[in-house]
Design a binder for this molecule. Structure first.
Ligand code: 5RP
Length: 233
């Protein structure tokens, strides 16, 4: 047998993505997240469409997911035409014990949160590296702001004890720009603030378009852990 024909091991992200894609039912409207785990989910959906002729409609949270879904032949609708959906499926950067999430290491927070909120079910797909005891443990909290408002927002965030700065682009020689043309401020807060408190504080700051804390939005978390799948809901 040549090297190319050897069966390839799938990783934990792919395992949970396949599992979740196999829960999609005929006729559903399904929101597609953004990131490497969401990509695996999109691939498995395409596989089911091809193998089982499963009929469903997808809506993407980002340009990247739109292009991926288009290339794999998924039926898509524009987010503009939608007020609710059956299922939103996405990865996360952190998951805390109360099923709060940190998201937005990519640049598509706004649509991700809109779809998560509008969906009857929100499945979160992670491997065990994303499990934390508190939100903000591994990463700063992304806060998306209009270019004209970033200084006032940063000051408000500093007044509630945060420290942070504008995110740089990948080369480090300019600023990161979100898919919506906005800036991202990456913020660190005191570890004593929990996700509920931080969510409330950030929701109250004028000028924030979206932030990376997804509080009480996830309905089920699928955790890939060394070949096993742990389900939390
Ligand atoms: C993008 C996100 C992603 O879901 C998150 O960064 C996880 O990515 P990955 O599946 O590649 O680990 O929130 O905004």
């Amino acid at each position: 047998m040549s090297q190319q024909n050897l069966p390839t091991e799938i990783n934990d992200k792919q395992r949970v993505a396949n599992y979740a894609a196999n829960l999609v039912e005929e006729g559903m409207i399904v929101g597609l997240g953004t990131g490497s785990t969401a990509n695996y989910f999109i691939e498995q959906l395409a596989h089911r469409k091809q193998q089982e002729n499963l009929q469903f409609t997808t809506v993407a949270s980002s340009v990247v997911s739109t292009i991926k879904a288009q290339q794999l032949g998924l039926t898509m609708m524009a987010i503009e035409h939608l007020s609710q959906l059956d299922l939103y499926v996405d990865g996360a950067d952190e998951v805390s014990p109360g099923m709060s999430l940190l998201k937005g290491r990519g640049f598509d927070l706004v649509k991700e949160k809109l779809l998560a909120k509008a969906s009857a079910e929100f499945y979160v797909l992670v491997d065990n590296s994303k499990i934390v005891t508190r939100i903000g443990e591994l990463f700063p909290i992304p806060v998306e702001v209009s270019p004209f408002s970033w200084q006032m927002v940063l000051r408000s965030l500093q007044q509630i004890g945060g420290a942070g700065d504008l995110r740089k682009n990948a080369n480090g020689d300019g600023l990161a720009i979100s898919s919506q043309g906005n800036l991202i401020i990456d913020m660190v807060f005191d570890a004593s603030l929990n996700a509920e408190e931080l969510n409330a504080e950030l929701n109250a700051v004028p000028g924030i378009i979206a932030h990376g804390i997804f509080y009480q939005l996830a309905t089920t978390i699928f955790i890939g852990d060394k070949g096993e799948i742990i389900v939390r809901n």
